[in-house]
Design a protein around this ligand. Structure first.
Ligand code: 5CA
Length: 436
């Protein structure tokens, strides 16, 4: 992408009302534009990151055998009256009337709607287990939307819903999501800690929040430092096998949010006490919705039984902010490779210089053929501005092409994360990136 042809409205001034780093950086990098309190438009750069996170989430959810669907944002209130949550949900729910005065709502979550899909189509235990997920916008009229997309009113969530014949099998579905979440966050370069949590308006008696540690997090968290030091890999996890032992091991460490903290239990623990951002939350609520809404299946003995359900959320839009909180310095964002909106930024320091132009174009084209996503700064801004903009945008690599080094067929390659700069001959640039 040529910067002169891209829609990237960078802000020169630091936005005053943005209180946390990720919000400031997202505005400065032209990733989002606020439309009203807690409601944002996602501009090309931000939208690209949302898509990359979504792709990783989908890939990992598909590996568990879950199926992607897409449910609407607008729901009928009838389903929520059936489950009893229409009144319970309170002021966070945006209630709407259509032209026929029918009550609709903008979905804050989809337990009811997915239960309706299930009961329409699955009548026998033979259709189980089933896990349906979607990535969709949600609306919650939060009392205090704040910190940009971290606590928005309209936000993008991946929500999955599992259906099983009994509690034991439902626990297996829960465990699969538990491990899948750790894999997702690992691929995003984040250390997420599973913490026991309250179930709130979703209900049920079992739930874990996945929290990443960050000073600007909304909740206070307490965690056994041993967990943080563990090197975990889940690459060889087989979702068909029993995962209980693994999940028990991962939940045996003391890790809780503020409301569950009990100092009595931490006397002999090397405790890390900090703040955290909740990036995912999983729930087991058994037959809460299936009983209320008549989602029953015929068992092998012919009798009918309500299905056991769980729901599993990942805050996709919140993750963009969380990732920036975890990956930045005083110059700007430092994108992890897996979700960087571009892999490489080319800085042509002198668009008036024919060698710089020719080389920049050539390298740009060849890197594209190599499958790299490249943003080529072909503007006629001053060199210093270009360099600081590229640092602000934080793509993993920068190729800096200037007239002085170009005379000896060299350019500079900068690693944004380590800050290391090396000189590379033009004809070696492709080899350098082939290995990366
Ligand atoms: N139905 C369940 C699981 S599918 C559910 O709604 N869970 S939740 O309420 O915990 O939300 C799931 C995730 O969405 C949270 O872990 C969080 O990462 C994200 N989230 C929740 N509220 C907001 C918000 N106001 N702004 C941004 N992200 C949010």
């Amino acid at each position: 992408m040529f910067l002169t042809k891209y829609f990237l409205p960078l802000l020169k001034e630091i936005p005053k009302d943005a209180q946390i780093t990720s919000h400031r950086l997202m505005l400065r990098c032209g990733m989002i534009k606020q439309d009203s309190a807690g409601i944002y438009s996602w501009l090309p750069l931000g939208n690209k990151v949302l898509a990359k996170i979504s792709k990783i989430v989908k890939e990992e959810q598909d590996k568990t055998g879950a199926h992607e669907i897409l449910m609407p944002t607008i729901q009928s209130s009838d389903l929520w009256k059936e489950s009893g949550r229409y009144e319970d949900y309170g002021l966070e729910m945006l209630r709407i009337k259509d032209r026929h005065k029918r009550s609709l709502l903008y979905g804050p979550t989809n337990e009811e709607m997915v239960t309706d899909i299930f009961r329409t189509h699955i009548k026998s235990y033979r259709g189980l287990p089933l896990n349906l997920y979607h990535i969709q916008w949600k609306f919650r009229d939060e009392v205090r939307p704040r910190f940009g997309v971290m606590r928005g009113r309209e936000f993008l969530m991946k929500d999955a819903y599992s259906f099983d014949v009994d509690e034991k099998r439902a626990q297996h579905s829960y465990n699969k999501m538990f491990i899948s979440y750790l894999k997702i966050f690992q691929r995003l370069g984040l250390t997420a800690i599973p913490m026991e949590a309250d179930t709130g308006p979703i209900g049920g008696d079992r739930s874990h929040e996945f929290v990443i540690l960050a000073e600007t997090g909304e909740s206070k968290v307490y965690c056994d430092s041993k967990f943080l030091k563990m090197k975990l890999t889940f690459d060889d996890v087989d979702y068909n096998k029993d995962l209980q032992e693994l999940v028990d091991k991962l939940t045996s460490f003391y890790a809780v949010t503020d409301e569950k903290h009990d100092p009595q239990k931490t006397k002999n623990i090397d405790l890390t006490e900090t703040r955290g951002i909740e990036v995912g939350h999983i729930f087991y609520f058994g037959t809460k919705y299936s009983k209320a809404m008549g989602a029953e299946v015929a068992l092998s003995n012919g009798s009918m039984a309500p299905v056991h359900m769980g729901s599993y959320g990942v805050g996709i839009s919140r993750l963009v902010a969380a990732l920036i909180e975890a990956n930045h310095d005083n110059l700007g964002i430092i994108w992890p490779h897996s979700i960087a909106p571009f892999d490489i930024g080319i800085i042509n320091l002198s668009v008036e210089d024919s060698i710089c132009n020719e080389i920049s174009h050539k390298i740009y084209e060849k890197l594209q053929l190599l499958g790299k996503e490249v943003l080529y700064d072909d503007t006629n801004e001053r060199a210093g501005v270009k360099m600081s903009n590229m640092d602000l945008l934080g793509f993993p690599w920068q190729i800096i092409i200037g007239p002085r080094l170009a005379k000896s067929s060299h350019c500079e390659i900068k690693n944004r994360s380590s800050g290391e700069v090396i000189q590379v001959k033009f004809d070696k640039i492709l080899d350098f990136f082939k290995e990366r």
